[in-house]
Ligand binder design. Structure first.
Ligand SMILES: [Zn+2]
Ligand SMILES: [Zn+2]
Length: 222
């Protein structure tokens, strides 16, 4: 049993067609997932429309829950609220923001803008997130990400510690670009424990928080 709310297909810079990514996730034992290709003002509407077609197909023919979404990536920080709202209007069920990872020049202020945007569901790889930003996440039930992805994962320990202090909820996501990035339950546990979470926090992160997120979202968006 595994959940993963941050993945990419070749509609942005991943390797697989959405349908193949979904098929491989099902075989891997996924319970539910999201497809969140990189988006900005440039590609948002057609991207969401394309992802949704395969999500609807998977729901219809395989009975599998897959949320169509976007990852707002390197967008101006002060455009995030508007772009996130635009993504939801275009049919995204979930909006992830590409946070201030330490391995890319993400605009400072992106974490804060994401956490203050009501339409943002998950802040991915938030790097050196501040306690104040994590408190905003906690206050409105946005999720912070513990990532399996190389480089971005350098600050997982910091993110786990700050989330704990702020009472913010965590999710483990893969940021899959290749089929070999897809996780299983054992690896998700390893990453969560490696970030310094207790057994109890691991349970909450892997079992409870995904269900909380799913209960808030209508799988096919609009
Ligand atoms: Zn990417
Ligand atoms: Zn990503």
């Amino acid at each position: 049993m595994a959940y993963d709310f941050h993945t990419h297909t070749f509609l942005s810079d991943g390797e697989l067609l959405p349908a193949e990514l979904i098929r491989r996730a099902i075989v891997n034992g996924y319970e539910a997932m999201a497809i969140t290709d990189h988006a900005s003002a440039a590609n948002m509407e057609w991207l969401i429309d394309a992802i949704r077609r395969d999500c609807d197909l998977a729901a219809d023919k395989w009975g599998f829950t897959v949320l169509p979404g976007v990852e707002l990536t390197h967008c101006p920080a002060n455009s995030i609220a508007d772009l996130a709202a635009r993504a939801k209007r275009a049919g995204a069920a979930i909006v992830v923001v590409h946070g201030e990872t330490v391995v890319e020049p993400v605009e400072p202020g992106t974490n804060r803008a994401a956490m203050e945007s009501p339409d943002v569901d998950i802040l991915a790889h938030p790097g050196f997130i501040t306690l104040e930003e994590a408190r905003i996440a906690a206050s409105r039930g946005a999720f912070l990400e513990i990532t399996c992805r190389k480089g971005h994962s350098l600050t997982n320990g910091h993110v786990a510690k700050i989330a704990g202090k702020a009472g913010a909820s965590l999710l483990v996501n893969t940021d899959t670009h290749s089929p070999s990035d897809l996780l299983n339950d054992t690896f998700a546990r390893t990453v969560a424990l490696g970030a310094g979470l207790s057994e109890k926090e691991v349970e909450r992160t892997l079992r409870v928080n995904p269900k909380t997120l799913l209960s808030r979202i209508r799988p096919t968006g609009g």
